[in-house]
Design a protein around this ligand. Structure first.
Ligand code: HEM
Length: 438
């Protein structure tokens, strides 16, 4: 009996000392690494808390405490281990100075491959380089610029403005601006990528199956980044939950894209005047002198739609949100526009009933507007975090040692809200900070 009591007593003592040992380790880890590290699950509980509040503010807070860089340790059974940084020296190192050492990497590629295939967002090395070069040349061509200007003029003046007029002026009903802007950028980027307009901005604002499927596929893919790999792969294997929706959505997206590609091939692109990206890439040959496969052309288009759709719509949504809260900025933008209109000589604004089409050269002169857009992107970057992987051991400029294969997250949102870079007023919307001498 006595020995039983003694054993129980020493067990309790062991539990207590273990408890103190682990508590001390967790507190020490929090002091050193910015977040508590729990046995088995690592920093996952903190990430879950972050995900349930404002994830990007949470990352910013931790980065601020850790001088701009910290290591996130996920559960031991997962691959959720990253170095997170918002230090501009590190970001320049990753994206510029040592660019070749920091590809997107296998973790990223596997996670997004079902949606993006071998398109530019998911490619490294030669496959990336070729797409980048072709795109860069195309984006600077006069023909392509003309296409983007004409497409945007048409969408804004014949679709967007009549819808806004109907809601605000005729019926006096509110409108979900974020939804409208997403419809605008989706139609616009489809024109750029495929040369087709899906019709999201048609007068009755229809649900376009391709656009809806694209949205579902993007959301399900993003979710994979915070789900342990074995879990989403098992779900994909058994066709469960979001993986089931992803499969279904991808079928819709691929069918739409393949239809357009098939039609374009029949048109014999070289004989047409089209300057959208699909037409350009359809006319090119791969390293064996063969035309690109339909699957690769589909990947290219899907990547461009993803690149241009959310980025532009999110940026313009935040921009209008900020303008609404800062009427003095709105006033200065309107003043600048009026000054430029006045220079036309004629009072073009009045004669066209306010529906003025600006030329590219005029838009280039809108410096205050440019500053306000830059400021909106600083506070609400459309890509708040991005990802890279290091292919050999390296040391970041701030001294963080990286082993080959380490995954890195660079936090653009946090960088835009760092006092050391932008000053004490870094949380304020001040377009003037982008202007020198007025
Ligand atoms: C406000 C609008 C936009 C923002 C804030 C934005 C931001 C970004 C960012 C942060 C990246 C990642 C850069 C990197 O990985 O180094 C990126 C890449 C890219 N963006 Fe945009 N983007 C915008 C609009 C567009 C549009 C309209 C298009 C084309 C239709 C586009 C095409 C691309 C492409 C092709 C890439 C991949 C570049 C590469 O990997 O070399 N973006 N963008």
């Amino acid at each position: 009996m006595e020995s039983l009591l003694l054993t129980r007593h020493s067990n309790v003592r062991d539990i207590h000392s273990n408890f103190y040992f682990y508590s001390n380790k967790i507190i020490e880890a929090k002091k050193k690494q910015g977040l508590p590290v729990w046995p088995v699950v690592g920093m996952l509980p903190s990430l879950v808390t972050g995900l349930r509040s404002n994830l990007y503010e949470w990352i910013t807070e931790v980065l601020c405490r850790q001088n701009g860089t910290f290591r996130f340790k996920g559960p031991w059974f997962s691959s959720l281990n990253w170095v997170v940084t918002s230090d501009p020296r590190n970001i320049e190192h990753i994206l510029k100075t040592e660019f070749l050492k920091y590809p997107k990497g296998s973790f990223f590629r596997e996670t997004v491959h079902d949606l993006l295939g071998d398109g530019i967002f998911n490619a490294d090395g030669e496959i990336w380089h070729k797409q980048r070069k072709t795109t860069s040349i195309e984006f600077h061509s006069a023909k392509f610029r003309q296409l983007t200007v004409e497409s945007l003029h048409e969408l804004v003046h014949s679709r967007l403005l009549p819808i806004l007029h109907r809601h605000f002026v005729e019926h006096l009903v509110p409108i979900d601006l974020q939804d409208i802007l997403l419809r605008l950028t989706f139609d616009n980027v489809c024109m750029i990528a495929f040369g087709v307009e899906p019709g999201c901005l048609n007068p009755n604002l229809p649900v376009i199956p391709f656009a809806h499927a694209f949205e579902v596929a993007t959301e399900a893919t993003v979710l994979r980044f915070v789900t342990p790999q074995f879990l989403w792969k098992t779900m994909r294997h058994f066709n469960l939950g979001t993986e089931k929706s992803l499969k279904f959505a991808l079928k819709e997206v691929n069918e739409f894209a393949m239809n357009v590609i098939e039609k374009r091939r029949r048109e014999k692109v070289n004989e047409t005047e089209r300057s959208d990206l699909l037409s350009v890439f359809t006319g090119l040959k791969d390293e064996n002198g063969e035309p690109y496969s339909d699957k690769f052309l589909k990947d290219i288009c899907v990547n461009f739609i993803l690149a241009g759709r959310d980025t532009s719509s999110v940026a313009s949504s935040w921009f209008f949100w900020l303008i609404d809260r800062n009427p003095e900025v709105e006033e200065r933008i309107v003043e600048e526009i009026c000054r430029i209109l006045k220079k036309r000589g004629e009072a073009a604004g009045e004669s066209s009933g306010g529906n003025v089409k600006f030329e590219v050269e005029e838009i280039k002169k809108m410096e205050y507007l440019q500053a306000a857009l830059s400021e909106a992107l600083r506070l609400f970057p459309s890509v708040p975090v991005d990802h890279k992987e290091v292919i050999q051991d390296d040391v970041l400029p701030n001294g963080t040692e990286l082993k080959k294969g380490t995954k890195l997250v660079y936090a653009i949102y946090a960088m835009g809200r760092t006092e050391a870079i932008w000053g004490k007023d870094c949380y304020e919307f001040k377009p003037e900070r982008w202007l020198r001498d007025g």
